[in-house]
Design a protein around this ligand. Structure first.
Ligand code: HEM
Length: 420
């Protein structure tokens, strides 16, 4: 195993703002020393006009503050993200809207994503989910090395969200690239590279939108027992979803439902491999998985920061005024390791109590896929603990994906003596 490189304060680059450094790929494997530096100035502006908020208390306050918009249309017209939204052939996803538009769409979607559909559905799905992950491991039984990302963490949640929505899982080959480009365009638009990511994300969103439109047509003609069909046919006190709302909401669910969960499974596996005593404990105590997944969401959150907030007015917080129109980044991963809120925040404590992390956000945009994500990750990690014989990390740190927001390894190679 290669030695793990711990980031140190003296490695932090001079000349770039802390926020720019977080976005710099050089810090992807270990951004936590940067977050610790950031917390010393919990509301931190940089020369580009970005504001990063990094203490647990202030992030939580701002997640509940209506003066902070999730709607990119609140940005000045020359903002690259605002321009991409203006050029998109799909209306903004409801995650990127504010009340009352957001609340109406969220209500209409949660109707399909809550009782009696998904809550019962998730429980009923447990058996199938276990069968699916065990099937993946069965097929690798003659291998001595596996890539947790490509062989396990990616196919599983993608298959689940496709089946839930009513998307043929074999179409994954078509939308894989689009999904990745959209997810990575969530990163801040810093420099030429950032603008390129946003342009690629725009193309991908338009193409995925076209794919969804065709699929919605098929489901309209022949509704099945899936969420897309129900979203098409359902009407409530809020009315029906328009064609545009259907397209943007289903694109959102498809994207939200897989990149993040892939990273949580991978981040969880990496943390277990770095803490073999905890991996061993999980083998004998499968119920430990419930607090352990929460601790992974705190310790290595798949969404490191909210990248799309904009100040609707001048907001003075902790003595700093964030001007109207400024992009505001709520640094979830920094808040999750805030020593004012969590004891020993840099230690992974699998049965940590009082663990109200920000891994799924907070406030009106709180992740409504959380119950599904939790079950998927609990099942995936428990199966690894049960079945991998003597698993060892091949490279530490592993190579990371480009994205600073949706942070996770691109590959996670693990040597095993066998798979039970
Ligand atoms: C919102 C994280 C899985 C659907 C969010 C937010 C976070 C988050 C941090 C808040 C965003 C904000 O405040 O702007 C995660 C993580 C996941 C996960 C870490 C996996 C481990 C899922 C899944 C789905 C989903 C499986 C759907 C199937 C959504 C939706 C929203 C959201 C629709 C927007 C809610 C709104 O705007 O009202 N998620 N998520 N997520 N998530 Fe997730």
């Amino acid at each position: 195993m290669e030695g793990r490189k711990e980031g140190r304060k003296d490695e932090i680059m001079a000349g770039k703002s802390l926020f720019q450094q977080v976005n710099d790929y050089a810090h992807r494997a270990n951004p936590y020393p940067l977050y610790a530096e950031m917390r010393k100035t919990p509301v931190l502006g940089d020369e580009d006009g970005n504001y990063a908020v990094s203490s647990y208390r202030l992030i939580t306050e701002l997640l509940h503050d209506p003066r902070l918009s999730s709607d990119i249309r609140a940005r000045p017209p020359d903002d690259p993200k605002q321009q991409a939204v203006a050029q998109s052939s799909i209306s903004p996803a409801f995650i990127r809207t504010d009340p009352p538009e957001h609340d109406r769409l969220r209500r209409m979607l949660t109707r399909q994503f809550g009782p009696p559909h998904t809550v019962g559905m998730i429980d009923n799905m447990r058996g199938d989910l276990e069968k699916y992950v065990n099937g993946l491991l069965d097929r690798m039984q003659d291998r001595k090395q596996i890539d947790i990302v490509d062989d396990y963490a990616y196919p599983f949640p993608v298959d689940v969200i496709c089946k839930l929505l009513g998307i043929p899982p074999e179409d994954e080959k078509r939308f894989h690239g689009w999904a990745e480009d959209i997810a990575f365009s969530l990163d801040p638009a810093i420099g030429e590279e950032g603008r390129k990511l946003i342009a690629k994300g725009l193309v991908a969103r338009n193409e995925l939108g076209q794919y969804m439109r065709a699929l919605i047509d098929v489901h309209r003609k022949q509704p099945g027992n899936d969420m897309l069909s129900r979203l098409i046919t359902d009407s409530s006190a809020d009315g029906r979803l328009t064609e545009e709302e259907l397209v943007s909401s289903s694109v959102t669910l498809l994207i939200a439902g897989h990149e993040t969960t892939v990273n949580l499974i991978t981040n969880g596996t990496l943390t277990l491999l770095r803490n073999p005593d905890v991996f061993e404990r999980l083998r004998h105590e499968p119920d430990l998985i419930i607090p352990l997944v929460e601790e992974t969401l705190r310790f290595e959150p798949p969404v490191q920061f909210n990248s799309q907030r904009t100040a609707l007015a001048d907001i003075t917080i902790d003595g700093v005024t964030i001007p109207k129109g400024a992009p505001v980044y709520l640094m979830i991963a920094a808040g999750n390791r805030d020593p004012v809120r969590f004891n020993e925040p840099d230690r992974f404590i699998p049965d940590r109590e009082d663990n109200q992390h920000l891994g799924f956000g907070s406030g009106i945009h709180y992740c409504f896929g959380a119950p599904l994500a939790r079950v998927e990750v609990q099942i995936a990690l428990n199966a690894l603990a049960r079945r991998l014989i003597n698993p060892r990390l091949v490279v530490d740190p592993p190579p990371y994906r480009q994205s600073a927001v949706l942070r996770g390894p691109r590959h996670l190679l693990v040597d095993v003596d066998g798979i039970k």
